[in-house]
Write a protein that binds this ligand. Structure first.
Ligand code: CU
Length: 156
């Protein structure tokens, strides 16, 4: 049993190295037909809400695959009510989904499209983390740990 921990560490290191190799091959694989959408999430954050019961959520979805996908839903343990909002002419409205085009990006950002967390049971504070799961028309769900940032945070 004494050797169990070093062995586990080696296995973990091997898994990480394999993961990197997969990432390297993803670029060439994405150009082959039939790969489908390949989504990655970055720059996720929730600004500390001013109104304690409502929070916006922002992130960037990149699709390096060869097929379009669509963000069709968001779930969170924080609240049952998470909506996808589109901003048009400074007014926001709920939509069924937002496209993540092949080779393109869906940017959810301040002043634009965003996630909306409603009916928050408790106040969110800078430093908190909110677990969410993004659901798509094609891709498997993606779990994201979203940090709560300062109210003025812009993701820059
Ligand atoms: Cu909204």
């Amino acid at each position: 049993m004494r050797g169990a921990k070093p062995l586990a560490a080696l296995l973990l290191a091997g898994a990480l190295a394999t993961g990197c190799a997969d990432d390297d091959s993803a670029d060439s694989a994405a150009t082959e037909p039939g790969v489908g959408p390949r989504l990655t999430v970055s720059d996720a954050y929730i600004p500390e809400p001013v109104n304690a019961e409502v929070a916006g959520g922002f992130l960037t979805l990149r699709n390096e695959g060869d097929a379009d996908d669509e963000l069709v839903g968001v779930t969170s343990e924080l609240t049952e009510t998470v909506e996808i909002h589109q901003t048009v002419d400074n007014a926001m409205r709920q939509v069924e989904g937002l496209p993540v085009p092949a080779g393109g990006t869906l940017a959810l950002e301040r002043g634009g499209d965003h996630l909306m967390f409603l009916d928050l049971p408790e106040a969110l504070t800078e430093g908190d983390t909110v677990s969410i799961e993004l659901r798509f028309a094609t891709s498997a769900p993606i779990a994201v740990e979203v940090p709560v940032e300062a109210a003025t945070h812009t993701g820059e």
